[in-house]
Design a protein around this ligand. Structure first.
Ligand SMILES: [Zn+2]
Length: 242
């Protein structure tokens, strides 16, 4: 079995034994993989700082189901500006943990790879803002096929009119005839979220303050329904932003 050259982001990194590390990588070619990095803690010569969370690296790896083997890692960027700012670190760690928990293992998802790359590039050049985080989230859900319905009721299929929609548990959106309570989502919020899916470029969509909050309720619900567990980095993010 020969080693493959892969483009990747480090999603997380776990110490193993006295000298090794197991890293979770999001690769362009194979999607999310787990890889064993022998000697990564003992000798920094081989991997250096390449295996830190949200580093962008080119790797040589032997791919094997379950646990691949990392042979070499070359840094493309460690995103120094992100690493100098606590809020940006919190957002970058959150984005990586989200990809880590929500994507299937061993399935290439090139659109999501490009979205994560675009988000980290954005964080490297701009301050961390909630609008960019929400832009990342709604596009991520869309790419994975988990997009909440923004145009019509998930129960009766009638289109959302100017009155907007009502948010149910798990991120379900329903019309006012099908709902028995829940938070209201204005049509401006639904439109802003739809607009996020029509451009791949960060910073193009402006969320009015009320819509930002409503979009947050919807995306938080949808993400927790699909990620299966509470994200550790979310608490850190909330502490920093609060
Ligand atoms: Zn309905």
């Amino acid at each position: 079995m020969h080693a493959e050259k892969l483009q990747s982001f480090v999603l997380s990194s776990l110490d193993y034994g006295d000298s090794d590390r197991i890293v979770s990588l999001f690769t362009l070619e194979h999607g999310r993989i787990k890889a064993f990095a022998r000697g990564a803690r003992k000798s920094r010569k081989r991997f250096g700082p390449a295996l830190e969370a949200f580093a962008r690296i080119d790797v040589q790896a032997r791919i094997k189901e379950g646990l691949s083997t990392l042979q070499q890692a070359d840094i493309i960027s460690i995103y120094p500006a992100i690493r100098a700012d606590l809020e940006r670190i919190a957002h970058a760690l959150y984005a990586c943990e989200l990809v880590d928990v929500i994507t299937p293992e061993g399935h290439p998802i090139p659109r999501l790879y490009r979205l994560l790359a675009a988000y980290l590039d954005r964080l490297e050049t701009e301050a961390a803002v909630e609008g960019d985080r929400r832009f990342f989230e709604v596009n991520l859900l869309n790419i994975l096929g988990y997009r909440p319905s923004l145009e019509s009721c998930t129960r009766c299929d009638s289109p959302f009119m100017e009155g907007g929609a009502w948010l149910q548990e798990g991120g379900e959106t329903v019309c006012r005839f099908c709902c028995a309570g829940g938070k209201q989502l204005s049509s401006a919020t639904l439109k802003a979220l739809s607009a996020c899916l029509k451009t791949g470029i960060f910073g193009q969509i402006d969320f009015p303050a009320a819509s930002m909050q409503q979009a947050g309720y919807l995306l938080d619900e949808a993400i927790s329904a699909h990620s299966g567990r509470r994200l550790r980095s979310l608490e850190f993010l909330q502490q920093i932003s609060g």
